[in-house]
Design a protein around this ligand. Structure first.
Ligand SMILES: NC(=O)c1ccc[n+]([C@@H]2O[C@H](COP(=O)([O-])OP(=O)(O)OC[C@H]3O[C@@H](n4cnc5c(N)ncnc54)[C@H](OP(=O)(O)O)[C@@H]3O)[C@@H](O)[C@H]2O)c1
Length: 263
């Protein structure tokens, strides 16, 4: 896309997931140096080697469980030490259980808030002082339209998403005069391993097939297809660049036309 990210340093959480990997690849191809994090050391190391071999910016990583309160600052310290500074934060770590409201235990809600909401809050809090000091920062969080249009069977994620949209909009105003731009991307259903796992678990409960469960979502998407990780990653890279710095505090939806609200 020619976003001129050469020389920029980007930290990506949830980097080994479907969307995180696509974002890492896109930012690397645009020339950024990367610092990647997720829990599983082997997949993180493999991804780091793969992206380093593509031959653009430097790629480093640190495994961390971001539900641990001190992890965000450890990751940000390591990323800053490796890259000299941080220009971009992309928050992709997140996973929320779905299911019937009356069958979901407390842990489904607590886990969703601990990872998707609190880990993102801590990551943003940890990168902001450096960005404010240098009067430059781009923060993009993968959120999701269920924060605005909750699906009844995805409420733990919807609650975390609604909170993240509030943080994105409110915090962007706080730091708008200090060179820091904060936005969210709301993917509609996007084909990833996590998505397929979710359809399988819905199917196991309902007695339908995963394809029939997916059809329930496809029927609500005017384009009649799931999103691809590449198209979401290109949107993230655009918001992480200097292409449109007047866009801040917003969430951009890429969902094949599914959201009915005027966004
Ligand atoms: N895919 C979709 O259709 C879709 C739609 C809307 C919104 N989203 C949102 O987009 C984000 C990324 O989704 P995705 O589909 O790429 O998810 P994914 O494939 O499940 O990836 C999740 C990533 O987070 C990491 N992670 C999980 N638990 C963690 C923990 N405790 N600490 C640190 N890292 C952790 C995972 O690696 P480890 O397990 O190794 O830690 C992995 O790298 C999520 O917030 C999701 O809700 C996705």
């Amino acid at each position: 896309m020619k976003l001129q990210l050469k020389g920029k340093v980007a930290l990506i959480t949830g980097a080994t997931g479907g969307l995180g990997t696509a974002c890492a690849r896109e930012l690397a191809d645009e020339g950024a140096s990367l610092f990647l994090t997720a829990r599983t050391e082997t997949s993180l190391a493999e991804l780091t080697d793969r992206l380093q071999a593509r031959g653009r910016g430097d790629v480093n990583c640190l495994p961390a469980d971001l539900t641990m309160p001190d992890s965000a600052s450890s990751v940000v310290d390591a990323a800053t030490a490796a890259g000299g500074r941080l220009d971009i934060l992309v928050n992709c770590a997140g996973a929320s259980a779905g299911g019937l409201f009356w069958e979901l235990p407390d842990s489904a809600w607590e886990d969703s808030m601990a990872l998707k909401f609190m880990a993102t809050v801590r990551m943003i809090r940890a990168v902001l002082p450096g960005m404010i000091e240098r009067r430059y920062g781009r923060i993009v969080t993968l959120v999701g339209n269920t924060g605005r249009e909750p699906d009844p069977r995805m409420l733990p994620g919807a609650a975390a998403n609604a909170g993240l949209l509030a943080v994105t909009a409110g915090l962007a105003r706080e730091v708008a005069g200090q060179g820091v731009v904060i936005n969210a991307v709301n993917p509609g259903p996007t084909r990833t391993d996590r998505w397929e796992g979710m359809m399988e678990s819905f199917a196991a409960r309902s007695g339908k097939t995963p394809e029939e469960e997916e059809q329930r979502f496809l029927s609500a998407i005017p384009q009649k297809r799931l999103g691809t990780t590449g198209e979401i990653a290109r949107l993230v890279a655009f918001l992480a660049s200097d292409a449109a710095p007047h866009v801040t505090g917003r969430s951009i939806t890429a969902d094949g036309g599914a959201a009915r609200a005027i966004l």
